[in-house]
Design a binder for this molecule. Structure first.
Ligand SMILES: [Ca+2]
Ligand SMILES: [Ca+2]
Ligand SMILES: [Ca+2]
Ligand SMILES: [Ca+2]
Length: 431
């Protein structure tokens, strides 16, 4: 991980701000009404904009906004600066309601647009029975309050799914990459055919990655724009030259795809992994930092779910999952059942942690606003802004913020005290 050293010096300014405010933890709840009122519906799938100021989530609560009468889960956005919560999975040009639950969506890095999976008949009422066309993508623009349908105009009958926003507002889907980022799709770049189905695309759009199971457990990578397809990393990820003993189950990418974080129960990614449990790992695909992923047959892999006080080598005593990465790959945020990642973790519940690969330190994210007391319930499903200075996660704990009396899992936002300027700094330093 020597390649991130030069960036560390510049990012250190932002970290210094966080250190200065240590002792005053900032945690807020995001699934609240514009008046700040709590709701009690189920929440899922949090997301956050690159600057940490816009939080999105799925909820079936009918009382987050006025006029939500469809009785199904919708996508909502909470704007931290204004305190306003709005529903964004709306259909047509008039802001009407969807008929069916919305579960899969993507928030653009600038927080302005939300692309969500829909049934075409919901988005364009009157064209036919809604069951006829599944899995199209609606794009809602929070500025114009308009929703349009994202399609490839040359392939009107091809369903698109798994929306994901890339840097610059480009919209990616399982079938085709679209350019423009506006609600009107203007051009087709290239299909990510090799990564069909749910895949993760690096922010710059050059790499997509999926867990591989054949020919061996590992990572399946594609870079069709660079003429590189079907790269499977398996023995490159282990210390013993064998293939991994298990396949990754969850992935995260740095903005250029240089760093890949993954959760895996494989025992041979690093020496001394004896816990028999899933851990979170990060592989550096460009150790010499020259921008060319031509490193040899053994790539450096770090385990980031490690016991405190062991020099970064001790086994975690619980399973870890759900990695998220900062744009530069320095910070890895994940959920873990382990009680020995930080001192004083005695809640017996899953928590969210942030590992700093430059400093080799772990911090617990899911602690209470103000004094930083540990949570009384499980925290999970973390996502991060570009700089990993904002972490949004779900928690069933009722003591992370004052007044949480709903007895339900909520969406929480932990801020490490830096402003959007820090994420802008990191964005300019992407590996
Ligand atoms: Ca609803
Ligand atoms: Ca393990
Ligand atoms: Ca815990
Ligand atoms: Ca709650």
């Amino acid at each position: 991980m020597g390649g991130i050293v030069e960036r560390t010096l510049i990012v250190a300014t932002a970290v210094g701000v966080a250190a200065a405010s240590a002792g005053c933890v900032s945690v807020s709840r995001s699934n609240v009404t514009s008046a700040g009122g709590q709701t009690a519906g189920e929440v899922a799938s949090p997301a956050v904009s690159a600057d940490g100021q816009v939080v999105a989530f799925v909820s079936d609560a009918p009382d987050l906004v006025a006029g939500d009468t469809n009785g199904v889960a919708d996508v909502f956005v909470h704007d931290v600066a204004t305190g306003r919560t709005e529903r964004v999975s709306t259909m047509g040009g008039a802001g009407g309601e969807k008929l069916f639950p919305t579960t899969t969506y993507a928030l653009s890095p600038d927080g302005r647009r939300v692309a969500f999976e829909a049934i075409l008949g919901e988005l364009l009422p009157g064209i036919g029975p809604p069951v006829a066309f599944r899995d199209w993508v609606g794009v809602h623009d929070r500025t114009s309050h308009r929703t349009d349908v994202a399609v490839d105009p040359t392939q009107l009958m091809v369903a698109v799914a798994a929306p994901q926003y890339l840097d610059g507002g480009f919209l990616s889907t399982s079938q085709t990459l679209f350019v423009g980022g506006s609600s009107t799709v203007t051009a087709r770049i290239t299909p990510f055919g090799g990564c069909a189905g749910p895949a993760l695309v690096a922010g710059d759009g050059h790499w997509c990655v999926q867990p591989a199971t054949t020919p061996a457990p590992g990572l399946l990578l594609h870079a069709p724009n660079a003429g590189t397809t079907n790269v499977v990393l398996d023995t490159e990820l282990t210390t013993d030259g064998a293939v991994p003993t298990a396949a990754p189950t969850a992935l995260a990418l740095s903005s250029t795809g240089r760093f890949v974080a993954f959760a895996s129960a494989a025992t041979n990614h690093v020496a001394g992994d004896g816990n028999g449990l899933a851990d979170v790992f990060v592989v550096d695909r460009d150790a010499d930092a020259d921008g060319v992923f031509d490193e040899g047959t053994s790539l450096p892999v770090d385990r980031v779910s490690v016991a405190a006080g062991t020099g970064g080598t001790g086994d975690a005593d619980g399973a870890s999952s759900a990695p998220a990465l900062s744009a530069d790959g320095r910070y890895v945020v994940f959920a873990s059942d382990a009680a020995n990642l930080v001192a004083g973790d005695t809640n017996g519940s899953s928590d969210v942690f942030r590992y700093d690969r430059a400093a080799g330190t772990t911090e617990r994210v899911s602690v209470a606003n103000g004094g930083g007391a540990q949570a009384s319930g499980a925290s999970f499903a973390p996502v991060v802004d570009a700089a990993a200075q904002t972490v949004v996660f779900l928690s069933s704990a009722g003591d992370l913020v004052g007044g949480d009396t709903n007895g339900a899992t909520d969406v929480f936002r932990r801020s490490f005290g830096t402003s959007s300027s820090s994420s802008a700094t990191v964005a300019g330093l992407t590996p």
